[in-house]
Design a protein around this ligand. Sequence first.
Ligand SMILES: Cc1ncc(C[n+]2csc(CCOP(=O)(O)OP(=O)(O)O)c2C)c(N)n1
Ligand code: SF4
Length: 262
Amino acid sequence: MSARRRPPKNKSSQKNSASNSVLPSFPKCYKKNSKPHKFCPGCGHPIVLKMLGQAIDELKIQNKSVFLIDIGCSLLAWDFYNIDTTQTHHGRTIPVALGFKRANPEAVVIAYLGDGGAYSIGMQHLVHATLRNENITTIVVNNMNYGMTGGQMAPTTITEQPPTTTAPFGRKEKYLGTPLKGPEMLEKIGVPGQYIARMSVDVPPQLKLTLKKALQHQMDKKGFSFVEALSYCPNNWKTNAAETIATLQKAKQEFPTYEKEL
Ligand SMILES: Cc1ncc(C[n+]2csc(CCOP(=O)(O)OP(=O)(O)O)c2C)c(N)n1
Ligand code: SF4
């Protein structure tokens, strides 16, 4: 007899399977016909997006949310949710998000981008949105490289990381400087009351809690909220599952997880 699991025979056994968590539990705000998603196997983006979806469900804000995505692998989320979504140019997600928020202050506006988009080409927007205390939520998925374009070095690439295509011998700090720490930098220029956090995809419940707090912060009209999510990119790191997890652990030493209301 085959060892493979047999499909459930009737509706009641289907119900039992679901309640035993055999079937994947999708957030209600997911666009189900866009699944399976388009990200590489083992990518961290879908973990961030699932936790964000659950946070949106729990806060019951699906119909008032606006989701803005960057160029970079974040664009693969263009049809991830049943939520109004707009894709922007590389690094320009934050200014487009601000436009939506100013036009509709009651909307919950979420800017979702990679570390290249946030800390390199779009850095000026991040800095000035923080200084102006704009009431939006920004989520930066930090996979420590330029994922979509093939794994070039990013401002966040760490010394301990597998080599990147543009730094094949690794990050030599003497020539390439030290990795940029986004949340810590924003803390230095931030306005009192702002919510700033770094969390990681290997602890999904904590990540969801952090995202939920950031969204609630915006809903309470308390100003800029920011979450960096440390994330996996096995495709460009060229790592197997165990090496991927180990790389994230090394990253956590360089980029500690924390949260702070300034
Ligand atoms: C103005 C502009 N410059 C450069 C590019 C090429 N480009 C596309 S995605 C990307 C990097 C994306 O990296 P990141 O923002 O870290 O996101 P990831 O793909 O890692 O999630 C670059 C440089 C572009 N599309 N537009
Ligand atoms: S290239 Fe990296 S960040 Fe992009 S989808 Fe693949 S694993 Fe994810």
